[in-house]
Structure formats: C-alpha cells, structure tokens
Design a binder for this molecule. Structure first.
Ligand code: FRU
Length: 468
C-alpha cells in the first residue's frame, strides 16, 4: 500500500484514539506505551549524538499483530521522551507485511536502521534485511534491501542486531533452518550493504544444546565484563515445573565469540526475567560505558488480547530501562539510575510485615530489606510470596480464570519494586533476578503486606514523566 495511504490511516487512528488511550486508568505514568494500537518489540535502541533513540514495533491501526510500523521516541535522559516522526511504515513491496524488528548504528555520523522487511505470500513468506538512514528532518529515508533470504533457511529470518568490531560491521540474525530448528546467524560487512554469512553462531542442536526451539527471535550480542553475551528469544521450549513457563522465552548465554571463525563457545541458557510478561529485549551501549536494556512487557500469543486496555484502544508497554552488570557469574539487571529523578520524598516503614500500613501503589518505587517470610498483595490481584525457597508470583489468568504462577529460587535479601499503574517489576537482591508482570487492578490499588518477616521498607511516589 502507498506510504501516503498508510500515513493517512495512521493519522486518523491517532486522532480518533489517543485521548481515550491517554485517559485509561491502566495507562502507565512513566513507562513507554503506544499512543494507540499495539506495540511490541523495542527497536533501534541507541545513544546517538547525546540523545537516546528508541523505536518500537507498532500497529497503529488495531490492537492486533499485523503489518508493523516503527514508531520512534527520543530522550536526553531515558526518563523524559519526545515523539519523533514515524520512522517506518510498511509501504514497499519488500516489507509489505511489516517493517519487522531491527537495530540502529551510528555509521560515521549517520543514524542508520537495519530492519527486516517481512513479506507474506499465499503460502509461505520471505524476509529482506533493509537499511534506512536519518535525514535532517528527523525522518528515515529507506535505502532498500541489502540482504535476501539466505539459502538453507525458511522465510523466518529476521531481527538483525548490528554492531561494530575491529573496523567491521557484524550482525546477528534470528533464523529457522529447513529442519525447523531455531538458529542465530552471524554475518560480517565492511559497509552495511554487502554482507558475508559467517555461519550459524548458536542454535538448537549447536554448542552442546539438544533440541532447543523451532525459531530464535531477536538476538543481541554484546561484550560485558570480558565475555560475549548472546541474548535471544527461543520459541518452542517445553515448559518445566518452574521455568520456561511463558509462551516464548527470552534469555542469554555467556561465552566467547571467535570473530575469525565465527564460532561461539557458550554456557547454559538462563532466562532473563522470571515474571509473566517479558520478551524481545534490546540493549545498547551508553556514552558513559553502561550496557542498557529495554524489553517488551508482553509475550506474543500469551492471552494478550484478554488485557482490558484493548477496549481502550491500546495494548502493551515497555519495561523500564535497565543497566546490566556481570556479578557472581550472572547477568544482573537494575533499574537505570536516571529513574531516580522520578522519586518524590522518601518514606520509611520498619517492622514485621503484619504491622506495616497499606501503601498506595499507583506509581511507586519500593525498596525492601527482607528478613523472614512474608507475602505482598498488589491491588488484591497479584500476590508475591517470599520464603526461604524464594519467590512465587501468583495471579488469575484472565482467559481461563485459573491461578497461574511464576517462580524464583534463592535467598531473598532485598527487593526493589517498581509499580506503574498496570505493571510491577520486581528486582531481587540488587538485580540478581527480575520478575516483570502486567496486572490490571481497580482504582487506587494498594500494597498489603502480611507475615512475620521483618521488613525495612523505603517508599517513593514516582512522578509522571514527560512525553511530548
Ligand atoms: C518478536 C517478533 C519479531 C518480529 C516482530 C514482529 O516479538 O515476532 O521476531 O520481528 O516481533 O512484530
């Protein structure tokens, strides 16, 4: 469809829907969410000329998946964001069924997007990896496809993440091989236009893994504390008693990439988040040397459309921006330090859980020191149980009405909890693990603590952030 047509439809959808979406009681005060329609993966996350840029998979026309656009925000501080001109609309033949996920690089001063042009036919599909470059008006000019579907793979090849290493561009690309096994491909280029396939860097049946999913989406590779971390979203892992419980998984391997041979020696797969909603994260390096991560607080095909915001014309949010570090042989995640600017005056409560007052949790940060067992009820509809075994998060499934649970095992000493209207992100032991979840409480939700455990609780109300 012509770009003009798509833009006219989008403008109308935003004009019709944005007030209702903004007025929704479940609308976050400081997490990023789409003006209208469906948002999924974070894309093109980068700090470029001092500003952060974050694009997002967006269907502005409906609360449904479909031919995705790229929306675009920018920010000086990861807290206050502004809308930028729409980055990509799926107008060309090589992206007729969506401008799918991808990344951004600084190509010698030119902000350049690398994304997947998704094309569906009556039977089957294909995928093109494409470029677009930022112009003076803050709009992206499409440069067209630079990589067709590589031989030996189905049409499920997507989500390029590109970085610079020793004067070359490198790409990890999610793929499905012809035996329907999920893979990550490694490619190399001198100019972002001509790509050489180095091979399969990791995947189902490789690197010591048995069968490990039929498709690997949204790979990301970065160096942290002297190791190469591969973040990826394998689809098709069987649920186990206490892990792999979401429809699709998102996790990481730690290892060593040999760029010359393209081989990647890695350890086990670890889930990045233990909550109900987390998928397709993307990382970037900040100018001050941090590795930052933003994820999608949603999971594809996981009862998405039972969320009540659909009736208000919008669905899904991003996670808060997080800082990564390597500690105790694990990837730690903590809320980006910039988020502290949202805090108001702190309040402090100490005592056994049973003795603490109820706390309004519309938009708050809670920091708990924990000694003993307790439980926390968020708005009466999301329960967190903490005992010597670890944490269990329980809620009622909105489709089936059955109880559902997520788990983290280990000794809990501290919890940092961010609540924003319809989400809860629980950072365990200074970032050793995270549980991210959406929930949809009634008006003025409160936190109710119970049990004999001794708690020290700092509590800040969090301000609304600015999206202009
Ligand atoms: C992950 C994903 C990507 C794809 C995009 C389409 O959520 O399926 O693999 O590029 O979403 O919106």
């Amino acid at each position: 469809m012509s770009e003009q047509h798509l833009l006219k439809q989008t403008l109308r959808a935003v004009m019709v829907g944005q007030q209702r979406a903004a007025a929704d009681e479940h609308r976050p005060l400081w997490h990023l969410a789409p003006p209208v329609g469906l948002m999924n993966d974070p894309n093109g996350f980068i700090q470029f000329k001092q500003r952060y840029h974050l694009c997002y998979q967006w269907n502005p026309l409906a609360c449904a998946h479909g031919a995705k656009y790229w929306g675009h925000w920018s920010s000086a501080d990861l807290v206050n964001w502004q809308h930028e001109p729409l980055a990509l609309a799926p107008a060309e033949e090589y992206e007729s069924h969506g401008c799918y996920s991808g990344s951004a690089v600084d190509n010698d001063g030119v902000l350049t997007l690398i994304y997947t042009g998704n094309v569906k036919f009556d039977r089957g599909r294909t995928a093109w990896q494409c470029l677009a470059t930022l112009n003076e008006q803050g709009e992206f000019d499409k440069q067209g496809p630079v990589l067709p579907l590589p031989a030996g793979y189905t049409g499920h090849v997507r989500d390029p993440k590109v970085w610079r290493h020793q004067d070359q561009w490198w790409m990890v690309l999610g793929a499905q091989d012809l035996s329907l096994q999920g893979k990550v491909l490694l490619l190399q280029s001198a100019d972002l236009k001509n790509w050489i396939l180095k091979g399969e860097m990791a995947g189902s049946g490789l690197g010591g893994l048995g069968p490990f999913g039929y498709m690997w989406e949204c790979p990301d590779l970065f160096r942290l504390a002297g190791r190469d971390i591969l973040v990826v979203c394998p689809q098709g892992l069987a649920a186990e008693a206490q892990r792999y419980l979401n429809t699709f998984q998102s996790g990481y391997f730690s290892g060593e990439l040999d760029y010359a041979s393209g081989s990647y020696q890695h350890g086990e797969f670890h889930e990045l988040d233990h909550g109900f909603e987390f998928y397709a994260p993307q990382t970037t390096a900040s100018d001050d040397g941090r590795r930052l991560l933003i994820g999608w607080m949603g999971v594809p095909d996981q009862d998405e459309f039972c969320q009540p915001t659909v009736a208000q014309g919008w669905i899904h949010t991003m996670t808060c921006p997080r800082e990564l570090s390597w500690q105790q042989g694990k990837l730690f995640q903590r809320p980006a330090r910039e988020l502290q600017q949202l805090r108001s005056e702190p309040r402090l409560f100490t005592g056994v859980a049973d003795s603490l007052p109820k706390i309004d949790i519309g938009s708050v940060e809670l920091a708990l020191q924990v000694d003993g067992d307790f439980s926390a009820s968020f708005g009466g509809i999301l329960q967190l149980n903490c005992d010597a075994q670890g944490l269990i998060l329980t809620r009622t499934n909105r489709r089936t009405g059955a109880a559902e649970q997520r788990f983290w095992s280990g000794k809990v000493t501290t919890l940092q909890i961010l609540c924003d209207r319809s989400s809860v992100e629980i950072f365990i032991n200074q970032g050793e693990a995270v549980m991210s979840s959406r929930y949809f409480p009634g008006a003025r939700p409160q936190l109710c603590l119970q049990g004999n455990g001794a708690l020290t609780l700092h509590h800040w109300r969090l301000k609304r952030c600015v999206i202009e």
